[in-house]
Design a protein. Structure first.
Length: 333
């Protein structure tokens, strides 16, 4: 029975890791993902010490009302769990040379988060049985994944800001990469724990309605973000392979083949007309650098001229100077 419970606990973890991994066209090194996952699992140890200490200062009372529960979760649980995941993602993922594509950091953050969730899930399921395994597979595990997706999304925006030389964009999104998952985690637990004691299942279900509205909205939003981020990277790779955009010897991507600089541009990019063929729904790069060391090789192609247009260098949408993505970081539209 113990083996069955263990398998039931880790299956949803494996399934979500595989799902996120397969969305990445240029796969990340398995050793790196394994290290991030294991460190996420080991982060349970410092998190436990933090929660034992601060949990005593902010005790959980499910009958105390939503506001009280919200702050108890915030200062007693969510801050520490998400902060340790953030540290792992930041220093093993974001700063890693393998982070060379938009989607990569989402993979890193999810593996760190699911490493933590794996240990937690095994403990809960072994203590509470198969019913708990079923509930956590559809609630807690996707919840941890969503917190991680939000973290990775803002990390990716920070990277675009860093490379384009926009310190404001970088700083804002680095802050959001930790604040947003903490807030999501806090709302998730607060809505779930604020049901209190009820006499009937109907009353319990009625009290859980706000939780399910929040949960469904969060899951849908996060997994749409994953799908869009993966497609953005796939479109970018297709444009590189077709020769629509090129990169120099240092690996920096540009869209003007005739004027490819020999060193990366890190100042604020200026919008220019696109002089290369545009593939529908595919991004075209501005003269600002995107990611160094992109592994995709570029075939030699002729570059016929097309009608000038303005395109976002990340998502390929028509844009104006007011919402040009090099000013706001990565904007998945």
């Amino acid at each position: 029975m113990g083996l069955i419970l263990f398998i039931a606990a880790i299956l949803p973890i494996i399934a979500l890791c595989v799902f996120i991994y397969l969305k990445d066209k240029n796969k990340e090194p398995k050793w790196l993902l394994a290290v991030i996952f294991i460190l996420g699992l080991l982060s349970v140890i410092p998190v436990l010490f933090c929660e034992l200490f601060f949990g005593a200062l902010f005790p959980m009372d499910t009958n105390a009302g939503f506001v009280s529960i919200f702050f108890n979760v915030l200062f007693g649980v969510a801050m520490y769990e998400e902060s340790f995941k953030w540290l792992i993602t930041k220093y093993l993922g974001y700063k890693n040379k393998e982070f060379d594509e938009v989607y990569d950091v989402i993979v890193y953050s999810v593996f760190a988060s699911l490493g933590f969730a794996c240990f937690e899930n095994v403990m809960y399921v072994l203590q509470n049985g198969l019913g708990n395994a079923f509930l956590r597979a559809f609630l807690a595990i996707p919840g941890h994944t969503c917190f991680a997706i939000s973290m990775g999304y803002f990390f990716s925006k920070a990277k675009v800001g860093e490379i384009s030389g926009n310190k404001k964009v970088y700083s804002r999104n680095i802050v959001l990469s930790i604040v947003v998952p903490i807030i999501l985690h806090t709302f998730y637990d607060a809505f779930l724990f604020s049901t209190g004691e009820t006499d009937t299942y109907i009353e319990m279900f009625a009290q859980l309605v706000p939780f399910f509205i929040f949960y469904i909205g969060m899951v849908v939003t996060c997994f749409i973000t994953v799908d869009k981020a993966a497609k953005v990277q796939q479109n970018l790779n297709k444009n590189i392979q077709s020769g629509n955009i090129v990169r120099n010897d240092l690996g920096y991507i540009y869209y003007e083949p005739s004027t490819v600089p020999t060193s990366p541009i890190v100042s604020q990019p200026v919008e220019e007309p696109v002089l290369t063929p545009i593939v529908e729904n595919s991004p075209v790069q501005s003269s600002g650098a995107l990611f160094p060391d992109n592994p995709v090789t570029i075939p030699a192609t002729n570059t016929p001229s097309v009608t000038p247009s303005q395109f976002c260098p990340i998502c390929g949408k028509n844009v104006t100077g007011a919402n040009f993505c090099s000013n706001c970081g990565l904007r998945l539209k």
